[in-house]
Write a protein that binds this ligand. Structure first.
Ligand SMILES: C[S@@+](CC[C@H](N)C(=O)[O-])C[C@H]1O[C@@H](n2cnc3c(N)ncnc32)[C@H](O)[C@@H]1O
Length: 297
């Protein structure tokens, strides 16, 4: 990098238009794009996207959001697919460093929230190590975005008092190493990212650890996009329903009583009833009437 480029790099921090958010000296902004709907971008994210010289984006960033990148801004695809990594994480890290050092104002745009199963922190670690100022902009993570769009509260008084985010992706094709006892708590909600391929094992393990097979579950496909589908099923039937409905990626698994609330709170997307579930059983009701199983729709 020439001296003038280095000078440029220190003189041109990425600040968006300065109207929204902290003014920092960051030259790389690691920005959450949310799960798909551009309406769920933060104002800060949009400011930064508009001010960037280069946007390095992932596979899960929706076309509608990519359309917000101004013409003339360089776009670099750094997407990855399960088992088929297009670009190695180390290469992405190095790319961000190189771009920043060459004086570019860089937005690293990632699906959902960059710090939730997003490896944004690994990129930030590299930037920190190389002395490059950075900023992190949170995004709506798939769990909250998809659930809101499906009408599923992740916690609900009397139904669920905790929510746990886990990945259902196997590392090096090994075992699913999860705390099944905690996930099988009937008073909690389990959100499984990247769980589609291993839904059979997830269902088996949850039941083996005591979660009744009739416990409601939802599979939310392409959440917050115009193509969102919410498959309402049970823990036992979840794998069959996924296969029968031909659910594709990206999809999120929501396990717990709260999933059944989609029957009444679903307001935006197609709800596909697929199996009999136990209706939401409010533990504040003493008569147990709410726990009777409901026939399949
Ligand atoms: C590598 S993780 C990235 C998560 C992202 N950082 C976030 O906070 O949402 C990818 C997984 O997130 C989930 N996901 C992301 N976007 C989604 C969407 N629009 N609908 C359903 N699931 C989604 C899927 O489980 C997908 O396999």
């Amino acid at each position: 990098m020439g001296a003038s480029q280095a000078e440029k790099a220190t003189q041109r921090p990425i600040r968006g238009n300065g109207e929204h958010g902290e003014k920092t000296d960051a030259r790389v902004a690691i920005v959450g794009a949310g799960p798909g709907d551009p309406g769920l971008l933060t104002i800060r994210a949009l400011d930064l996207i508009r001010a960037a010289d280069t946007v390095v984006y992932d596979r899960l960033v929706s076309q509608e959001i990519l359309d917000l990148i101004p013409k003339g801004t360089t776009r670099l695809f750094a997407g990855k697919k399960s088992r088929k990594h297009f670009v190695k994480q180390e290469e992405i890290n190095a790319l961000l460093v190189d771009l920043a050092r060459s004086g570019q104002r860089v937005v690293r745009l990632k699906g959902g929230d960059p710090f939730i199963f997003g490896r944004g922190s690994e990129e930030a670690q590299q930037l920190a190590e190389d002395g490059i100022a950075f900023e992190i902009v949170p995004g709506v993570t798939a769990a909250t975005g998809c659930a809101a769009r499906a009408g599923i509260p992740l916690t609900h008084r009397g139904l669920s008092r905790s929510v746990t985010f886990v990945t259902g992706h196997l590392k090096n094709d090994g075992e699913l190493d999860l705390n099944w006892t905690a996930l099988a708590d009937p008073r909690g909600t389990a959100i499984i990212y990247m769980g589609l391929a291993n839904s059979g094992e997830i269902s088996r393990q949850l039941m083996a650890h005591g979660l009744p097979g009739e416990t409601p579950a939802a599979v939310i496909e392409k959440g917050t996009t115009p193509d969102q589908r919410t498959i309402l099923t049970s823990v036992r039937d979840m794998p069959d329903c996924i296969a029968r409905e031909g659910v594709g990626s990206p999809a999120l698994l929501v396990v717990g009583s709260v999933a059944a609330l989609a029957e009444t709170l679903n307001w935006a997307s197609a709800l596909v009833p697929c199996a009999a579930v136990t209706p939401a059983a409010d533990d504040r009701k003493a008569d147990g009437a709410a726990t009777r199983p409901k026939p399949a729709a």
